[in-house]
Write a protein that binds this ligand. Structure first.
Ligand code: HEC
Length: 170
């Protein structure tokens, strides 16, 4: 009875052109229709914005290192650490609707995924410490270690970009 009523409600909503209503979000999320409509789930938008902050902060670190502004670089490293701590929550529920490169493996191995987010948080915090100590040479190594943690997660949990055409041989 309850299911029947829910089904009827959904049909009425759709018939009424309620596709844009917030309450049909879970429906779109659960079907290929969302993808067909170019629909983007708010959770996907939020987690992509979180990810997009990383390259921005890495560029800030590289630029600050060049100008010997180690305190500025430390702040950007700290921001990466803070954002990394928010990754587990941003990916709490499986959402694959719309434009996303996230792989379902995230939710099959969520503990490992979360662990990789924490590795990034820890290595970014370590980079900030080295920078605050004024150790520029050490910072370069710590930056590489931190970036290794981006790739370690992407390799397993993010769709690789489409392969580039092979270079002509000979
Ligand atoms: C714990 C796993 C994990 C870590 C660590 C991680 N990423 Fe990601 N990243 C992802 C996933 C999953 C996506 C795909 C998100 C989506 O499309 O829904 C992604 C997407 C991105 C994107 C594309 C965002 C967009 O707009 O589509 C960028 C850029 C990115 N990551 C950069 C980084 C950088 C730089 C680091 C390291 C500082 C990093 N990520 C660390 C899992 C991770």
């Amino acid at each position: 009875m309850k299911n029947l009523r829910a089904g009827t409600t959904l049909a009425v909503l759709l018939a009424a052109g309620g596709l844009t209503a917030g309450c049909t979000q879970d429906f779109l999320e659960a079907t290929p229709l969302g993808e067909a409509l170019g629909y983007e789930h708010h959770r996907v938008t939020a987690r992509k914005a979180l990810m997009a902050s990383h390259p921005r902060n890495i560029r800030a670190i590289t630029a600050a290192l060049k100008e010997n502004k180690l305190a500025d670089a430390a702040k950007a490293a700290q921001d990466i650490s803070t954002a990394a701590r928010r990754i587990p929550l941003a990916f709490r529920r499986q959402t694959l609707a719309g434009k996303t490169t996230a792989l379902p493996a995230i939710w099959q191995k969520k503990a490992d995924f979360d662990q990789k987010a924490m590795s990034l948080a820890t290595s970014a915090a370590a980079l900030a410490v080295v920078l605050r100590a004024g150790d520029k040479a050490g910072a370069e190594g710590a930056l590489k270690t931190m970036q290794g943690n981006c790739g370690a997660c992407h390799r397993l949990y993010r769709k690789p970009p489409p392969p580039r055409p092979a270079a002509p041989r000979g």
